[in-house]
Design a protein around this ligand. Structure first.
Ligand code: KIV
Length: 267
């Protein structure tokens, strides 16, 4: 087994100029496959609201659901760092709730870090959680929990004022003590500027090639989720097609009594 990925190692990768690879995972079997393939970070993202639960946004996802999925992912990984996404309402209401909920991800689900959406507004929250010994990954730019404020899944930071706000958010995340930050849905030159200004690694999604690492929703990159495909997603497989063909073959075999055959039966 390759050496376990740790938070300090992820931070060192930026200094060494090594790209950080991250994917989302929501269950044991997927976690095993991605971990064995060598991905550095498994994020149990609240994107599971869309790709697992079929919700319109990430907002309905609860803390209990996130803990349930994080437990399954942790059981499936040997090497990758497991980061759990703090869902809507789990960290915004009070510092006390945020700290307890972050702690639950480590104590009950055995995650190794949590991710929090927001910048300047969650600076203090990040600081207090980090002081508890819990590593925090930040998330700025197009933060899906603020979808109604943005009026849709729109690229953020195109205008000068917005650009400055996102830069200040990223700086606040670093200042709060986060070990890394996701940059989502922002122009690539802004992501490059933030990556140069920060000493912590930036993990991009829809933020261009100049981030320190990349993350994608695993169902998007494997072609399992086709309700909508953002421009930034590269499809590395068509698993939906492969699965549909397999299921059609099964249906046909059963109907024609080709399955079960001798080989798959007991005497
Ligand atoms: O919820 C999620 O999966 C995420 C990533 C896309 C960064 O936040």
């Amino acid at each position: 087994m390759a050496a376990k990925v740790t938070v300090p190692e992820i931070m060192n990768m930026k200094q060494k100029g090594e790209k950080i690879t991250a994917l989302t995972a929501y269950d044991y079997s997927f976690a095993r496959i991605l971990d064995q393939a060598g991905v550095d970070i498994l994020l149990v993202g609240d994107s599971l609201g869309s790709v697992i639960q079929g919700q319109e946004s990430t907002l309905p996802v609860t803390l209990e659901e996130m803990i349930y999925h994080t437990k399954a992912v942790v059981r499936g990984r040997n090497r990758a760092l497991v980061v759990a996404d703090m869902p809507f309402l789990s960290f915004q209401v009070s510092l006390e709730e945020a700290k307890r909920n972050a702690g639950r991800f480590l104590q009950e689900a055995r995650a190794e870090a949590v991710k929090i959406e927001g910048g300047v507004s969650v600076h203090r929250t990040i600081e207090e959680i980090v002081q508890m010994g819990i590593p925090v990954m930040g998330h700025v730019g197009l933060t899906p929990q603020s979808i109604h404020r943005f009026g849709g899944y729109k690229v953020q930071g195109k205008e000068r004022k917005q650009r400055e706000i996102i830069l200040q958010d990223a700086l606040a995340v670093e200042e709060g003590g986060a070990f890394s930050v996701v940059l989502e849905g922002i122009p690539m030159d802004l992501a490059e500027e933030i990556t140069q200004r920060l000493s912590i690694p930036t993990i991009g999604i829809g933020a261009g090639v100049n981030c320190d690492g990349q993350i994608l929703v695993v169902h998007d990159m494997l072609g399992l989720f086709d309700k909508f495909t953002p421009k930034f997603v590269k499809r590395y497989a068509d698993l939906k097609g492969i699965m549909a063909d397999a299921v059609k073959n099964y249906i046909s075999d059963v109907r024609k009594e080709n399955f079960p055959d001798e080989k798959h039966s007991f005497h």
